[in-house]
Ligand binder design. Structure first.
Ligand SMILES: Cc1cc2nc3c(=O)[nH]c(=O)nc-3n(C[C@H](O)[C@H](O)[C@H](O)COP(=O)(O)OP(=O)(O)OC[C@H]3O[C@@H](n4cnc5c(N)ncnc54)[C@H](O)[C@@H]3O)c2cc1C
Ligand SMILES: *[C@@H]1O[C@H](CO)[C@@H](O)[C@H](O)[C@H]1NC(C)=O
Ligand SMILES: *[C@@H]1O[C@H](CO)[C@@H](O)[C@H](O)[C@H]1NC(C)=O
Ligand SMILES: *[C@@H]1O[C@H](CO)[C@@H](O)[C@H](O)[C@H]1NC(C)=O
Ligand SMILES: *[C@@H]1O[C@H](CO)[C@@H](O)[C@H](O)[C@H]1NC(C)=O
Ligand SMILES: *[C@@H]1O[C@H](CO)[C@@H](O)[C@H](O)[C@H]1NC(C)=O
Length: 527
């Protein structure tokens, strides 16, 4: 691959050329795999080949970025949906024995689709963990065991069923899979008080490359460290997490204040949001909408707040620290922690809690990127940002405040390194039109924005978030996962922790069985 062509452009163009090679399946390999699984007592009803009428619907059922489900994109030879831990063991043993490349999927939200698409090697199969989804909440010892195929919404729902003063600090979007999400870090509305989901894991069960099930004691502290933020698909198949439940008050106050663009206010938010009381989380959604009257495109900024406490206290805190937003008691909605999840997802707080357990898939393709900001962005750059937003069809920029607990956890405690000194995180997002139309145009827009932001965001290395996977940062080459090459994107995601991740990988999977375009490579490939 020509290094001047950026990976995603390359991928998108290759995807549409690859369709011809789809017919070159390897029936012999497929048959031997099915035989091997069968010998391990796997029910045939859990195995889908392209001949099964439901193959496509199973494939797209958890494909959350539709561009990677389009016909021209490489498809797996087989999808296997285990119903028990032993099925997962069999999948690893058989795939390894037969040398079949495997991708692992929990909730399917990977930004680049690596859990169900391989662009560096075909054929491949998908191990889809969607049916491993049991959740057992133990209020007496403030913990829960949750299987990886459960969604965050299901987890939140189950916790709330047992208690209204317990919660868990994970992501905002309720359809995220617990498997991929937690192993990549996992931030949400409770992050300023309790840190990431990965910071609140106390045990885990994983199938290693030899097909053994290991818990924390058996896997050892190095591997246990690596899977709490090192990103999915590199170390084994995680089966379940034991998480630490955290305390939330009975009464939580939420608000959303939407303003047309106000640069001064935005500048002020940058200076205060990360320093506020850690019970208060205020993020910004910045997007372009049409005014109903003149159909003119304008930028709106929604300040979405969740406060772990009552409205009186919140108004006091805001008057003291962030009066510029003009929050009054009228803006405040009294609710519970579980219903604050509905609010932050744009639903009225009195909506049915069953919404949290809906396993919807996204219908809109997207490209996303991340940045971390360590000093306020000057107003002049904010003005340019606005100009650029207006040039794009459906852009969104999410501003997520750090500080609080996020700044207290040492950089080396887990693989996720963006801690002390980070003021907030950017999520740049743009919608890609259906059918791959105008993809290059949207890609160019977001890449140009990313270039423009270079002077204003973290440097040496410029930080990235492995859960916002971005192939523009570089990808592994087929058959040559050199550490030097991988360190280009590796240090962006993990800073100094990348070296330790490589060390763990070298110990637990020296032959690189668990691999994808951005998996952690072993130091010296033993094959
Ligand atoms: C709409 C949307 C909203 C989001 N909101 C948030 C948010 O609020 N906070 C946040 O932190 N992130 C957010 N993300 C990012 C999200 O955390 C990551 O995409 C995460 O990896 C998704 O996990 P998954 O199981 O759904 O995805 P998958 O695509 O199934 O997996 C992601 C990666 O992990 C691997 N993997 C999956 N399961 C396992 C397993 N059991 N064992 C080992 N490896 C595994 C996959 O191979 C892949 O590499 C969002 C993403 C989207 C698309
Ligand atoms: C797929 O098709 C095969 C052969 O027709 C059948 O035996 C198997 O049960 C089917 N699998 C599923 C999951 O439907
Ligand atoms: C917004 O307005 C523009 C014209 O200014 C129009 O082209 C576009 O379709 C409108 N979008 C929506 C979502 O209404
Ligand atoms: C929620 O509250 C609004 C306004 O009070 C009301 O119109 C709506 O019917 C309520 N919805 C539900 C699901 O209770
Ligand atoms: C899921 O999709 C349905 C139908 O489109 C929609 O009504 C519902 O609000 C969606 N649920 C969530 C949680 O987004
Ligand atoms: C793998 O890539 C590295 C870095 O590009 C290169 O130095 C090395 O020679 C390559 N090895 C093989 C076996 O191709």
């Amino acid at each position: 691959m020509n290094s001047i062509i950026s990976p995603t452009i390359y991928i998108i163009s290759v995807l549409f050329l690859l369709s011809a090679s789809q017919t070159t399946s390897s029936p012999i390999q497929q048959t031997s795999l099915i035989q091997c699984l069968f010998q391990h007592s796997i029910p045939l009803s859990t195995i889908y080949t392209p001949k099964n009428s439901s193959f496509s619907s199973v494939l797209v059922s958890r494909a959350q970025n539709p561009i990677f489900a389009e016909p021209a994109v490489p498809k797996p030879e087989l999808i296997f949906t285990p119903l028990s831990e032993s099925h997962v063991q069999a999948a690893v043993i058989c795939s390894k024995e037969l040398g079949i490349h495997m991708r692992v999927r929990s909730g399917g939200h990977d930004f680049e689709g690596v859990s169900y698409v391989s662009i560096i090697e075909t054929p491949f199969i998908v191990l889809d963990l969607t049916y491993l989804r049991s959740i057992s909440v133990n209020i007496n010892d403030n913990s829960a065991w949750v299987q990886v195929g459960a969604t965050l919404g299901e987890l939140y729902y189950k916790i709330a069923e047992k208690s209204n003063v317990h919660g868990f600090p994970a992501g905002i979007c309720t359809t995220l899979g617990v498997g991929g999400h937690i192993t990549g870090g996992g931030y949400g509305i409770l992050m300023r008080k309790y840190g990431l989901a990965a910071d609140n894991v106390i045990d885990a069960r994983i199938v290693d490359v030899n097909g053994r099930v290991l818990d924390r004691a058996a896997m050892g502290e190095d591997l246990f460290w690596a899977i709490r933020g090192g990103g999915g698909g590199s170390f084994g198949v995680i089966l379940s997490w034991k998480i630490k439940l955290v305390a939330v008050p009975e009464i939580v106050t939420v608000f959303t204040i939407t303003k047309t663009l106000d640069t001064k206010l935005l500048y002020r938010w940058q200076k205060v949001a990360y320093k506020l009381d850690e019970n208060l989380f205020i993020r910004i959604l910045m997007l372009v909408t049409n005014t109903s009257t003149t159909n003119e495109r304008i930028i709106t900024t929604s300040y979405q707040g969740v406060f772990l406490g009552g409205a009186d206290k919140l108004v006091q805190v805001m008057q003291k620290r962030f009066p510029e937003l003009g929050l009054t008691k009228k803006d405040c909605i009294k609710t519970s922690w579980i219903r604050s999840v509905l609010h932050i997802n744009g639903f009225p707080v009195n909506s049915s809690l069953e919404l949290l357990t809906q396993r919807n898939t996204s219908s809109a393709s997207f490209k996303g990127k991340a940045d971390f900001v360590r000093e306020p962005i000057p107003e002049i750059a904010l003005e340019e940002l606005h100009k650029r937003l207006l040039e794009e069809d459906m852009p969104v920029i999410v501003w997520t405040p750090y500080g609080g607990m996020m700044g207290k956890i040492p950089e080396y405690e887990t693989p996720f390194p963006q801690r002390k000194g980070t003021m907030f995180k950017f999520h740049y997002f743009t919608s890609l039109d259906a059918g791959g139309k105008n993809v290059p145009k949207h890609m160019n827009w977001i890449r140009s924005l990313y270039d423009y932001m270079t002077p204003y965001v973290s440097k040496f290395p410029r930080g990235a978030y492995v859960n916002y996977r971005d192939f523009d940062l570089g990808i592994n080459k087929k058959g040559n996962t050199s550490v030097i090459q991988a360190s280009v994107w590796g240090v962006k995601y993990f800073k100094g922790n990348f070296q330790r991740l490589v060390k763990v990988k070298t110990e637990v999977d020296p032959e690189n069985f668990f691999r994808h375009e951005q998996s952690i490579p072993p130091l010296v490939l033993k094959r």
